[in-house]
Write a protein that binds this ligand. Structure first.
Ligand code: ADP
Ligand code: MG
Length: 359
């Protein structure tokens, strides 16, 4: 039985806003679940339902086998870390971390020991007497984490904890978080709109869109086998090429080129072809499926070039390819390989994946 279970959780504020739609997920000890999705898709609402800060319209929250849906937040033994840190400004680091334990009547000696252990892990020993106003954003975020860790909760909930940090620091704290939570048994539910955080930290990712779980899977499978067009377009940078193409016989028409369709019971009038920029390359003689086009934009990303190619025979179809910097070309007119095994196919109407690609 998973440590934390969500059963058909729904939250409706009014008929126009349904931030959480029928979410059912289990999170086990040692697991790190990330709720990933764009702003406004219901991530924070879902986390607040788990914490008990909101009541669901329907459904239940089960923690360690006990239905806690009606239990007050303070009686759930859950620790939550917010984007805003939410530290007490007038208290020192030590007092901020110890505050939650003092409320629970734990002996002064045990509090001292537990705080010492946590500040050691977080590298905060030299800051114990500082107040939040005298610390950097990264240090404050560590104190907020310390306050959660010291509680030894049944579940950790983190809502965009890195989004107030600048890019470099975010990368560093992300790596620290990964190491820190690897040593914790309690499950983690982590909210972010940042796909890199989701990919690097999680054992499981739930991609959310308009309150609905689009896909619940290991991070790698979210990337290699996106369940629908939304997931395919949301995860991956630069974004997957997603092209709506007309079908003719057993082919999809990409400009003046024919792309073989997968085996389908019935060929639809149109289909969506998805291919990641890193899966497109300059064609070699042995490549089976190639297209031609004209380069109209080159973006140097530092490690690679992202080239945009207008496909021959079309005024509107553009394919982007991610190429090594040392790969050069003499003319604007290029031939690209579109390897059949790298193509993702999606239904035009539903957006659902319609053919599997080998891992
Ligand atoms: P996220 O964290 O993914 O950005 P939220 O969970 O904060 O999204 O919000 C999801 C949706 O619910 C949004 O459309 C938001 O406007 C709406 N919402 C959130 N809280 C309330 C509330 N108290 N009353 C009405 N609508 C709300
Ligand atoms: Mg939010």
């Amino acid at each position: 039985m998973p440590k934390l279970e969500l059963h058909n959780l729904n939250k409706t504020y009014n008929p126009q806003v349904i931030p959480v739609k029928d979410v059912s997920v289990g999170v086990d000890e040692g697991e790190f679940l990330t709720l990933l999705g764009p702003s406004g898709c219901g991530k924070s609402t879902l986390l607040r339902l788990i914490a008990g800060l909101e009541q669901p319209t329907r459904g239940k929250v089960v923690l360690s086998g006990r239905d806690v849906t009606k239990v007050r937040p303070g009686d759930r033994n859950i620790a939550m870390v917010f984007q805003s840190y939410a530290l007490y400004p007038h208290m020192t680091v030590y007092e901020n971390i110890a505050a939650g334990l003092k409320l629970r009547k734990i002996s002064t000696e045990e509090i001292r020991q537990r705080v010492q252990e946590v500040v050691g892990k977080l590298g905060l020993e030299h800051l114990m007497d500082r107040k939040p106003g005298q610390m950097s954003g990264g240090q404050r975020q560590r104190v907020a984490l310390g306050r959660a860790l010291v509680r030894k909760p049944d579940v950790f909930l983190l809502d965009e904890p890195l989004s107030n940090l600048d890019a470099l620091l975010r990368e560093q704290v992300r790596a620290d978080l990964k190491q820190l939570f690897a040593t914790q048994k309690a499950p983690v539910v982590y909210v972010t709109h940042d796909q890199t955080e989701a990919m690097t930290l999680s054992t499981k990712v739930a991609v959310l869109f308009e309150g609905d779980v689009q896909q619940l899977d290991e991070p790698q499978r979210i990337y290699t086998q996106p369940a629908n067009q939304f997931v395919a377009g949301f995860v991956g940078s630069p974004q997957m090429n997603l092209l709506t193409l007309s079908c003719q016989g057993n082919h999809a028409l990409l400009g003046e080129f024919k792309i073989s369709l997968p085996n389908l019971a019935q060929v639809p009038p149109q289909i969506v072809l998805g291919i990641r920029p890193e899966d497109v390359s300059f064609a070699k003689p042995e490549d089976q499926q190639t297209i031609q086009g004209r380069i109209f934009l080159v973006e140097n990303l530092g490690m690679q070039n992202l080239i945009s190619v207008r496909v021959k025979g079309s005024d509107s179809i553009t394919i982007r390819a991610l190429l090594p910097l040392n790969l050069t070309w003499s003319e604007e007119e290029v031939t690209l390989a579109i390897p059949p095994q790298s193509i993702h196919w999606f239904d035009v109407k539903t957006g659902d994946r319609i053919a599997n690609r080998p891992d």
